[in-house]
Design a protein around this ligand. Structure first.
Ligand code: HSE
Length: 402
């Protein structure tokens, strides 16, 4: 009998306990042993839950029980998840997590601690929820030269943007709708400001490059500044707006960012709507592959967590494992990033725009001066927009194109 402990009995923790219990036969067949959820660590009690009798409030009970070989950390946040994870690994317990924050901040330390202790640390559920993307990426990095990993990594913001495109609603009302449906939290900042997506792209980039870039070093923009007018302008020229995490690898250097991008509605990522996530991997000789599916929720996330558990039970440390080093070395400054941009301005003439930005393609945007630039360096676009502002223009919006 394999004994596991679950840290955190929220949506994901209860989903994991349910999946292990309800699918016990299938789990037995895949993992080669019966699994018992011996402990559930939480601050609260759950007298009405069928797992209520497993709840403990003291982590020491788990760490000192030598029968427990697997710890499933689904509590979220950096602390005490960091301390518990490190202690569990050092005590020779395998750790599985869905917690992207703790992986993005400390994944390098955990992988090293796991290797030292001869156990595994796995985090398939940390990016894309139920989408198997971490393991395939680890596998395909070996035989491919990956040039970019990019994706819609946050379901809440994708729902909001889809609502703005489908119904012409503004950002605020679309956010309120997402909150009413339980997609967005009461404090939605981590989603709408791009923080959640920046943790996820940090993790994906680390699998490709071995560099775990601190999120403080990742250029991160959210979706709060996107207006109805921008959505209408984009739709008129066949473009969608998606919040993308992008990790671009060129000549051994990494460009990493989270920002809204305009991209063809009919492209693979442009067609991903609602709360769904998708990750596109570009490289040679693989060309382009896309992973698509539910990026959150109890069932999908539990599926990824239990998949990791089965994998360790079957193969232990023989499974391909990434190595990561926290660094900013070889990460290009965002000021060098080159892209076309959609810009909306008022208070300026078209000839002033051309004088500052060169050839641009003007597009109709409800009385505003809106246009799409040629490919330009980030620093050059910023300098040109600053000079237009000094000349009396007001910049209403700027969104880069993929
Ligand atoms: N808040 C996240 C999202 C949950 O909306 O995608 C899954 O990480």
């Amino acid at each position: 009998m394999t004994q596991v402990a679950i840290l955190g009995f929220g949506v994901v923790g209860s989903g994991v306990a349910d999946l292990i219990t309800k699918n016990s036969k299938e789990v037995f067949a895949l993992g080669g042993d019966e699994i018992n959820v011996k402990y559930i660590l939480d601050l609260r009690d759950f007298p009405d839950s069928p797992f209520g009798d497993r709840v403990v409030h003291d982590f020491d009970v788990i760490i000192s029980d030598s029968e427990v070989k697997y710890v499933i950390e689904v509590m979220g946040g950096s602390h005490p998840a960091y301390e518990y994870t490190l202690a569990a690994l050092r005590a020779g317990k395998n750790v599985i997590t869905s917690n992207k924050e703790v992986v993005a901040n400390f994944g390098d330390e955990f992988l090293a601690a796991a290797e030292a202790a001869g156990v595994s640390y796995r985090f398939e559920a940390a990016v894309g929820g139920g989408i198997p993307v971490i393991s395939p990426l680890i596998s395909c990095v070996r035989q491919n030269k990956i040039t970019e990993v990019r994706g819609i990594l946050n379901g809440t913001t994708n729902y909001i943007l889809t609502k703005m495109f489908s119904f012409g609603d503004g950002f605020a009302e679309s956010l309120a709708d997402a909150q009413a449906r339980g997609y967005a939290e009461r404090n939605p900042d981590a989603d709408i400001l791009g923080t959640d997506a920046s943790r996820k792209i940090a993790i994906l980039a680390s699998l490709v490059t071995g560099k775990l870039v601190p999120t403080s070093h990742i250029h991160t923009e959210g979706i709060t500044a996107i207006r109805k007018t921008d959505v209408a302008a984009a739709a008129r020229v066949g473009l969608a707006i998606k919040l993308l995490g992008r990790a671009v690898v060129t000549h051994g250097e990494l460009e990493i960012m989270v920002a809204p991008f305009m991209l063809p509605e009919k492209s693979p990522l442009g067609g991903v709507s609602g709360v769904y996530n998708a990750v596109e991997v570009l490289g040679e000789p693989i060309s382009s592959v896309m992973f698509y599916g539910p990026g959150a929720g109890a069932g999908p996330t539990a599926s990824a967590v239990v998949g990791d558990l089965m994998q360790i039970m079957r193969s232990g440390t023989a499974t391909a494992t990434p190595t990561m080093k926290k660094t900013t070395e070889g990460v290009k400054p965002f000021s060098d990033f080159v892209a076309r941009s959609y810009v909306a301005l008022t208070g300026i003439t078209e000839s002033d725009v051309r004088a500052a930005l060169g050839e641009v393609e003007f597009i109709f945007a409800d009385g505003e001066c809106a246009f799409i630039t040629e490919e330009m360096r980030e620093a050059d676009v910023c300098a040109a927009l600053e000079s237009l502002t000094r000349a009396g223009a007001t910049v209403l919006s700027r969104i880069r194109l993929l």
